[in-house]
Design a binder for this molecule. Structure first.
Ligand code: ADP
Ligand code: MG
Length: 378
Protein backbone atom coordinates (compact mmCIF):
# COMPACT_ATOMS: atom_id res chain seq x y z
CA UNK A 1 0.00 0.00 0.00
CA UNK A 2 2.80 2.36 0.96
CA UNK A 3 4.60 1.97 -2.38
CA UNK A 4 1.36 2.39 -4.32
CA UNK A 5 0.59 5.55 -2.38
CA UNK A 6 4.02 7.04 -3.06
CA UNK A 7 3.65 6.26 -6.76
CA UNK A 8 0.20 7.89 -6.90
CA UNK A 9 0.81 10.98 -4.78
CA UNK A 10 4.60 11.54 -4.98
CA UNK A 11 5.07 11.35 -1.20
CA UNK A 12 4.92 8.67 1.49
CA UNK A 13 1.66 8.19 3.44
CA UNK A 14 1.43 9.11 7.12
CA UNK A 15 -0.16 5.76 7.89
CA UNK A 16 -2.42 2.89 6.82
CA UNK A 17 -5.83 2.06 8.32
CA UNK A 18 -8.04 -0.99 7.86
CA UNK A 19 -11.74 -1.57 8.45
CA UNK A 20 -13.48 -4.94 8.00
CA UNK A 21 -16.66 -5.97 6.25
CA UNK A 22 -19.27 -7.89 8.21
CA UNK A 23 -21.89 -10.57 8.02
CA UNK A 24 -24.99 -10.59 10.19
CA UNK A 25 -25.34 -13.89 12.03
CA UNK A 26 -29.02 -13.38 12.86
CA UNK A 27 -31.55 -10.55 13.14
CA UNK A 28 -32.81 -9.75 9.62
CA UNK A 29 -35.23 -6.89 8.88
CA UNK A 30 -35.13 -6.09 12.60
CA UNK A 31 -32.91 -3.00 12.39
CA UNK A 32 -35.52 -0.55 11.08
CA UNK A 33 -38.02 -1.98 13.56
CA UNK A 34 -35.79 -0.74 16.42
CA UNK A 35 -34.81 -4.35 17.17
CA UNK A 36 -31.66 -6.44 17.60
CA UNK A 37 -28.94 -7.61 15.22
CA UNK A 38 -25.87 -9.82 15.77
CA UNK A 39 -23.17 -9.11 13.17
CA UNK A 40 -19.52 -10.10 13.30
CA UNK A 41 -16.52 -8.63 11.46
CA UNK A 42 -14.81 -10.53 8.64
CA UNK A 43 -11.07 -10.85 8.11
CA UNK A 44 -11.56 -9.07 4.78
CA UNK A 45 -12.06 -5.36 4.46
CA UNK A 46 -10.94 -2.01 3.09
CA UNK A 47 -7.48 -0.51 3.64
CA UNK A 48 -6.71 3.18 3.31
CA UNK A 49 -3.20 4.65 3.03
CA UNK A 50 -3.43 8.35 3.83
CA UNK A 51 -1.48 11.56 4.20
CA UNK A 52 -2.70 14.70 5.91
CA UNK A 53 -3.31 17.82 3.82
CA UNK A 54 -3.83 21.31 5.15
CA UNK A 55 -5.29 22.87 1.98
CA UNK A 56 -8.88 21.77 2.72
CA UNK A 57 -8.91 19.25 -0.13
CA UNK A 58 -9.69 15.54 -0.04
CA UNK A 59 -8.23 13.57 -2.93
CA UNK A 60 -9.16 9.91 -3.28
CA UNK A 61 -8.02 7.07 -5.49
CA UNK A 62 -9.08 3.44 -5.35
CA UNK A 63 -7.40 0.35 -6.75
CA UNK A 64 -10.94 -0.83 -7.51
CA UNK A 65 -11.98 2.29 -9.47
CA UNK A 66 -10.49 4.32 -12.31
CA UNK A 67 -9.20 7.87 -11.94
CA UNK A 68 -8.80 10.24 -9.00
CA UNK A 69 -11.46 12.41 -7.39
CA UNK A 70 -10.52 15.67 -5.73
CA UNK A 71 -13.03 17.80 -3.78
CA UNK A 72 -13.12 20.48 -1.10
CA UNK A 73 -13.93 19.13 2.38
CA UNK A 74 -16.37 21.92 3.00
CA UNK A 75 -19.01 21.40 0.40
CA UNK A 76 -22.71 20.53 0.29
CA UNK A 77 -23.89 16.92 0.60
CA UNK A 78 -22.20 15.02 -2.23
CA UNK A 79 -25.53 13.54 -3.35
CA UNK A 80 -26.80 17.07 -4.07
CA UNK A 81 -23.85 17.79 -6.36
CA UNK A 82 -24.97 15.13 -8.85
CA UNK A 83 -21.59 13.56 -9.53
CA UNK A 84 -21.35 11.42 -12.68
CA UNK A 85 -21.63 7.63 -12.25
CA UNK A 86 -17.89 7.01 -12.61
CA UNK A 87 -17.19 9.19 -9.55
CA UNK A 88 -20.16 7.93 -7.49
CA UNK A 89 -17.97 5.62 -5.36
CA UNK A 90 -16.03 8.64 -4.06
CA UNK A 91 -19.18 9.95 -2.35
CA UNK A 92 -18.39 7.54 0.52
CA UNK A 93 -14.91 8.82 1.49
CA UNK A 94 -15.58 12.44 0.50
CA UNK A 95 -18.90 12.28 2.37
CA UNK A 96 -17.12 11.08 5.51
CA UNK A 97 -14.65 13.97 5.23
CA UNK A 98 -17.53 16.45 4.89
CA UNK A 99 -19.38 15.07 7.92
CA UNK A 100 -16.26 14.82 10.10
CA UNK A 101 -15.17 18.32 9.17
CA UNK A 102 -17.80 19.63 11.63
CA UNK A 103 -15.81 17.78 14.31
CA UNK A 104 -12.44 19.29 13.42
CA UNK A 105 -10.87 17.08 10.76
CA UNK A 106 -9.56 18.45 7.45
CA UNK A 107 -8.16 17.33 4.12
CA UNK A 108 -6.16 14.26 3.12
CA UNK A 109 -4.90 12.23 0.20
CA UNK A 110 -6.20 8.67 0.28
CA UNK A 111 -5.36 5.48 -1.59
CA UNK A 112 -8.02 2.79 -1.11
CA UNK A 113 -7.59 -0.96 -1.59
CA UNK A 114 -10.00 -3.75 -0.73
CA UNK A 115 -10.35 -7.52 -0.72
CA UNK A 116 -14.12 -7.38 -0.10
CA UNK A 117 -16.52 -7.97 -2.97
CA UNK A 118 -18.61 -4.83 -3.55
CA UNK A 119 -22.38 -4.95 -3.44
CA UNK A 120 -22.41 -8.56 -2.17
CA UNK A 121 -23.98 -7.67 1.16
CA UNK A 122 -20.71 -7.81 3.09
CA UNK A 123 -20.75 -4.07 3.66
CA UNK A 124 -17.84 -2.77 1.63
CA UNK A 125 -19.44 0.69 1.81
CA UNK A 126 -19.28 0.86 5.62
CA UNK A 127 -15.74 -0.57 5.61
CA UNK A 128 -14.71 2.21 3.22
CA UNK A 129 -16.38 4.85 5.41
CA UNK A 130 -14.93 3.53 8.66
CA UNK A 131 -11.34 3.18 7.37
CA UNK A 132 -11.58 6.74 6.01
CA UNK A 133 -13.07 8.06 9.26
CA UNK A 134 -10.33 6.54 11.43
CA UNK A 135 -7.63 7.87 9.10
CA UNK A 136 -9.04 11.42 9.15
CA UNK A 137 -9.40 11.45 12.95
CA UNK A 138 -5.84 10.21 13.49
CA UNK A 139 -4.32 12.54 10.88
CA UNK A 140 -6.03 15.61 12.38
CA UNK A 141 -5.71 14.58 16.07
CA UNK A 142 -9.48 14.46 16.59
CA UNK A 143 -10.80 12.05 19.23
CA UNK A 144 -14.28 10.61 18.74
CA UNK A 145 -15.38 7.49 20.58
CA UNK A 146 -16.25 4.56 18.34
CA UNK A 147 -20.02 4.40 18.89
CA UNK A 148 -20.20 8.11 17.99
CA UNK A 149 -17.92 7.58 14.99
CA UNK A 150 -20.23 4.78 13.80
CA UNK A 151 -23.16 7.22 13.89
CA UNK A 152 -21.16 9.80 11.92
CA UNK A 153 -20.16 7.24 9.29
CA UNK A 154 -23.82 6.19 9.04
CA UNK A 155 -24.76 9.86 8.62
CA UNK A 156 -22.24 10.13 5.78
CA UNK A 157 -23.87 7.18 4.00
CA UNK A 158 -27.41 8.58 4.59
CA UNK A 159 -26.86 12.27 3.89
CA UNK A 160 -23.82 12.33 1.63
CA UNK A 161 -24.14 9.13 -0.44
CA UNK A 162 -27.95 9.18 -0.24
CA UNK A 163 -28.29 5.58 1.01
CA UNK A 164 -30.82 5.11 3.84
CA UNK A 165 -28.90 2.41 5.75
CA UNK A 166 -29.22 1.62 9.48
CA UNK A 167 -26.46 1.65 12.09
CA UNK A 168 -25.44 -2.02 11.94
CA UNK A 169 -22.73 -1.96 9.29
CA UNK A 170 -20.69 0.92 10.69
CA UNK A 171 -21.08 -0.37 14.28
CA UNK A 172 -19.89 -3.83 13.25
CA UNK A 173 -16.88 -2.46 11.38
CA UNK A 174 -15.78 -0.20 14.25
CA UNK A 175 -16.83 -2.12 17.37
CA UNK A 176 -16.36 -5.85 16.64
CA UNK A 177 -13.58 -7.82 18.31
CA UNK A 178 -11.95 -11.10 17.24
CA UNK A 179 -13.77 -14.22 18.38
CA UNK A 180 -16.97 -12.32 19.10
CA UNK A 181 -20.22 -11.23 17.52
CA UNK A 182 -21.74 -7.85 18.38
CA UNK A 183 -25.24 -7.73 19.89
CA UNK A 184 -26.53 -4.32 18.82
CA UNK A 185 -29.74 -2.74 20.03
CA UNK A 186 -30.75 -0.64 17.03
CA UNK A 187 -32.96 1.61 19.17
CA UNK A 188 -30.44 2.71 21.79
CA UNK A 189 -27.28 2.08 19.76
CA UNK A 190 -25.89 0.19 22.77
CA UNK A 191 -23.95 -2.98 22.02
CA UNK A 192 -22.23 -5.85 23.78
CA UNK A 193 -19.64 -8.42 22.82
CA UNK A 194 -20.84 -12.02 22.61
CA UNK A 195 -18.23 -14.82 22.42
CA UNK A 196 -18.33 -16.49 18.99
CA UNK A 197 -15.36 -18.59 17.96
CA UNK A 198 -16.63 -21.33 15.64
CA UNK A 199 -13.17 -22.78 14.92
CA UNK A 200 -12.61 -23.47 18.63
CA UNK A 201 -15.68 -25.73 18.48
CA UNK A 202 -14.70 -27.39 15.18
CA UNK A 203 -17.34 -25.43 13.31
CA UNK A 204 -17.05 -23.39 10.11
CA UNK A 205 -19.20 -20.49 8.93
CA UNK A 206 -19.45 -20.28 5.15
CA UNK A 207 -20.76 -17.24 3.31
CA UNK A 208 -22.24 -18.40 0.03
CA UNK A 209 -22.62 -15.79 -2.69
CA UNK A 210 -25.70 -17.02 -4.57
CA UNK A 211 -24.78 -14.83 -7.58
CA UNK A 212 -28.41 -13.78 -7.85
CA UNK A 213 -28.83 -10.05 -8.36
CA UNK A 214 -30.97 -7.74 -6.24
CA UNK A 215 -33.18 -6.67 -9.17
CA UNK A 216 -36.29 -6.15 -7.04
CA UNK A 217 -34.71 -5.14 -3.76
CA UNK A 218 -35.32 -1.41 -4.00
CA UNK A 219 -39.10 -1.55 -4.29
CA UNK A 220 -39.66 -4.63 -2.12
CA UNK A 221 -37.41 -3.34 0.64
CA UNK A 222 -39.31 -0.06 0.76
CA UNK A 223 -42.61 -1.95 0.76
CA UNK A 224 -41.55 -4.14 3.71
CA UNK A 225 -40.52 -1.07 5.69
CA UNK A 226 -43.85 0.60 4.95
CA UNK A 227 -45.77 -2.56 5.96
CA UNK A 228 -43.90 -2.71 9.27
CA UNK A 229 -44.66 0.97 9.94
CA UNK A 230 -48.31 0.46 9.08
CA UNK A 231 -48.56 -2.57 11.40
CA UNK A 232 -46.87 -0.68 14.24
CA UNK A 233 -49.30 2.23 13.80
CA UNK A 234 -52.32 -0.12 13.80
CA UNK A 235 -51.00 -1.79 16.97
CA UNK A 236 -50.36 1.56 18.63
CA UNK A 237 -46.62 1.03 19.23
CA UNK A 238 -43.63 3.15 18.17
CA UNK A 239 -41.99 0.19 16.41
CA UNK A 240 -42.61 -3.56 16.07
CA UNK A 241 -39.86 -4.08 18.63
CA UNK A 242 -42.43 -2.96 21.21
CA UNK A 243 -44.91 -5.77 20.48
CA UNK A 244 -44.89 -7.85 23.69
CA UNK A 245 -47.98 -10.00 23.09
CA UNK A 246 -47.61 -11.61 19.69
CA UNK A 247 -50.84 -13.62 19.88
CA UNK A 248 -52.77 -10.49 20.85
CA UNK A 249 -51.18 -8.50 18.03
CA UNK A 250 -51.99 -11.19 15.45
CA UNK A 251 -55.57 -11.22 16.73
CA UNK A 252 -55.85 -7.46 16.27
CA UNK A 253 -54.52 -7.25 12.71
CA UNK A 254 -56.97 -8.16 9.97
CA UNK A 255 -54.61 -8.04 6.99
CA UNK A 256 -52.92 -11.46 6.61
CA UNK A 257 -49.88 -9.84 4.97
CA UNK A 258 -49.31 -7.53 7.94
CA UNK A 259 -49.84 -10.49 10.31
CA UNK A 260 -47.05 -12.39 8.55
CA UNK A 261 -44.70 -9.39 8.69
CA UNK A 262 -45.31 -8.91 12.42
CA UNK A 263 -44.87 -12.63 13.06
CA UNK A 264 -41.42 -12.46 11.46
CA UNK A 265 -40.14 -9.31 13.14
CA UNK A 266 -41.30 -10.24 16.64
CA UNK A 267 -40.02 -13.81 16.49
CA UNK A 268 -36.75 -12.73 14.81
CA UNK A 269 -35.97 -10.41 17.73
CA UNK A 270 -36.54 -13.35 20.10
CA UNK A 271 -34.28 -15.51 17.93
CA UNK A 272 -31.46 -12.96 18.26
CA UNK A 273 -31.85 -13.02 22.03
CA UNK A 274 -31.98 -16.83 22.01
CA UNK A 275 -28.86 -16.96 19.82
CA UNK A 276 -27.03 -14.67 22.25
CA UNK A 277 -28.07 -16.97 25.11
CA UNK A 278 -26.81 -20.04 23.25
CA UNK A 279 -23.48 -18.37 22.44
CA UNK A 280 -22.96 -17.22 26.02
CA UNK A 281 -23.70 -20.79 27.16
CA UNK A 282 -21.15 -22.15 24.70
CA UNK A 283 -23.86 -24.09 22.83
CA UNK A 284 -22.58 -23.10 19.37
CA UNK A 285 -23.88 -26.08 17.37
CA UNK A 286 -27.43 -25.30 18.60
CA UNK A 287 -27.19 -21.98 16.82
CA UNK A 288 -27.95 -23.91 13.62
CA UNK A 289 -31.58 -24.36 14.68
CA UNK A 290 -31.95 -20.58 15.10
CA UNK A 291 -30.52 -19.97 11.62
CA UNK A 292 -32.94 -22.47 10.10
CA UNK A 293 -35.90 -20.94 11.90
CA UNK A 294 -34.81 -17.48 10.77
CA UNK A 295 -34.60 -18.65 7.16
CA UNK A 296 -38.07 -20.23 7.20
CA UNK A 297 -39.51 -17.07 8.71
CA UNK A 298 -37.82 -14.87 6.10
CA UNK A 299 -39.02 -17.21 3.36
CA UNK A 300 -42.61 -17.79 4.47
CA UNK A 301 -43.56 -14.87 6.73
CA UNK A 302 -41.49 -11.96 5.47
CA UNK A 303 -41.38 -13.36 1.90
CA UNK A 304 -37.98 -12.01 0.90
CA UNK A 305 -36.05 -15.19 0.05
CA UNK A 306 -35.15 -16.25 -3.48
CA UNK A 307 -34.74 -19.68 -5.18
CA UNK A 308 -30.93 -19.80 -4.99
CA UNK A 309 -31.03 -19.06 -1.23
CA UNK A 310 -33.63 -21.76 -0.52
CA UNK A 311 -31.70 -24.30 -2.59
CA UNK A 312 -28.44 -23.37 -0.80
CA UNK A 313 -29.95 -23.91 2.65
CA UNK A 314 -31.65 -27.17 1.64
CA UNK A 315 -28.50 -28.60 0.02
CA UNK A 316 -26.35 -27.58 3.00
CA UNK A 317 -28.66 -29.27 5.51
CA UNK A 318 -28.86 -32.46 3.44
CA UNK A 319 -25.06 -32.54 3.37
CA UNK A 320 -24.82 -32.32 7.15
CA UNK A 321 -24.66 -28.59 7.95
CA UNK A 322 -26.12 -27.49 11.32
CA UNK A 323 -28.07 -24.62 9.81
CA UNK A 324 -28.21 -21.80 7.32
CA UNK A 325 -30.16 -18.74 6.34
CA UNK A 326 -30.32 -15.97 3.77
CA UNK A 327 -28.64 -12.73 4.85
CA UNK A 328 -29.36 -9.14 3.85
CA UNK A 329 -32.46 -7.49 2.47
CA UNK A 330 -33.47 -10.39 0.25
CA UNK A 331 -34.16 -11.26 -3.42
CA UNK A 332 -30.45 -11.87 -4.01
CA UNK A 333 -27.13 -11.76 -2.20
CA UNK A 334 -25.65 -14.26 0.22
CA UNK A 335 -26.48 -17.15 2.55
CA UNK A 336 -24.58 -18.11 5.70
CA UNK A 337 -24.14 -21.74 6.62
CA UNK A 338 -22.93 -23.17 9.93
CA UNK A 339 -21.33 -26.56 9.47
CA UNK A 340 -19.05 -28.93 11.36
CA UNK A 341 -15.56 -28.10 10.01
CA UNK A 342 -15.14 -31.74 9.01
CA UNK A 343 -18.14 -31.48 6.67
CA UNK A 344 -17.40 -28.05 5.19
CA UNK A 345 -15.96 -29.46 1.97
CA UNK A 346 -18.88 -31.87 1.51
CA UNK A 347 -21.33 -29.02 2.11
CA UNK A 348 -19.61 -26.82 -0.48
CA UNK A 349 -19.65 -29.62 -3.03
CA UNK A 350 -23.33 -30.34 -2.39
CA UNK A 351 -24.29 -26.69 -2.86
CA UNK A 352 -22.20 -26.40 -6.03
CA UNK A 353 -23.79 -29.60 -7.40
CA UNK A 354 -27.31 -28.32 -6.66
CA UNK A 355 -26.56 -25.16 -8.66
CA UNK A 356 -25.08 -27.17 -11.54
CA UNK A 357 -28.21 -29.34 -11.69
CA UNK A 358 -30.28 -26.21 -12.23
CA UNK A 359 -27.87 -24.59 -14.71
CA UNK A 360 -27.25 -21.66 -12.34
CA UNK A 361 -24.02 -19.66 -12.21
CA UNK A 362 -21.75 -21.48 -9.72
CA UNK A 363 -21.90 -20.00 -6.19
CA UNK A 364 -18.95 -18.28 -4.50
CA UNK A 365 -17.67 -19.32 -1.06
CA UNK A 366 -15.87 -17.41 1.66
CA UNK A 367 -15.03 -18.69 5.13
CA UNK A 368 -16.18 -16.16 7.71
CA UNK A 369 -13.91 -15.93 10.75
CA UNK A 370 -15.07 -13.51 13.48
CA UNK A 371 -12.30 -10.90 13.32
CA UNK A 372 -11.26 -7.64 14.93
CA UNK A 373 -12.73 -4.28 14.06
CA UNK A 374 -11.21 -1.25 12.35
CA UNK A 375 -7.70 -0.16 13.36
CA UNK A 376 -4.51 1.59 12.32
CA UNK A 377 -2.16 -0.98 10.82
CA UNK A 378 0.98 1.12 10.25
P1 ADP B 1 -22.00 -3.41 0.11
O1 ADP B 1 -21.81 -2.39 1.19
O2 ADP B 1 -22.89 -4.53 0.52
O3 ADP B 1 -20.73 -3.91 -0.47
P2 ADP B 1 -23.11 -1.12 -1.21
O4 ADP B 1 -23.88 -0.94 -2.47
O5 ADP B 1 -23.66 -0.58 0.06
O6 ADP B 1 -22.80 -2.68 -1.08
O7 ADP B 1 -21.67 -0.46 -1.37
C1 ADP B 1 -20.88 -0.75 -2.51
C2 ADP B 1 -20.32 0.57 -3.05
O8 ADP B 1 -19.30 1.06 -2.16
C3 ADP B 1 -19.62 0.40 -4.38
O9 ADP B 1 -20.56 0.48 -5.44
C4 ADP B 1 -18.67 1.58 -4.38
O10 ADP B 1 -19.35 2.78 -4.70
C5 ADP B 1 -18.26 1.68 -2.92
N1 ADP B 1 -17.02 0.94 -2.66
C6 ADP B 1 -16.86 -0.13 -1.84
N2 ADP B 1 -15.58 -0.57 -1.85
C7 ADP B 1 -14.90 0.25 -2.69
C8 ADP B 1 -13.53 0.31 -3.14
N3 ADP B 1 -12.62 -0.55 -2.73
N4 ADP B 1 -13.22 1.31 -4.00
C9 ADP B 1 -14.15 2.17 -4.44
N5 ADP B 1 -15.43 2.16 -4.06
C10 ADP B 1 -15.82 1.22 -3.20
MG1 MG C 1 -23.32 -1.13 2.03
Amino acid sequence: MTDGFTEAFGRAPDGVWHAPGRVNLIGEHTDYNDGFVLPFALSRGVSVAAARRDDGVIEVRSRQAAGAVSAPVDGPPVVSEGWPAERAWAAYPVGVARVLREHGTGGASLLIDSDLPQGAGLSSSAALECATALALCDLHDVEIDRPALARLAQRAENEQAGMPCGLMDQSASLLCTAGHALMLDCRSGLSSQVPFDPAARDLTVLVVDTRASHALTGGEYGRRRAECEEAAALLGVDALRDVKDLAGALGTLRDPVLRRRVQHVVTENHRVEAAVGLLRAGALPELGAMLNASHLSLRDQFEVSWPEADTTVDAALLAGARGGRMVGGGFGGSVIVLTPASRAETVREAITAAYAERDWTPPGFLEAVPSRGARRVS
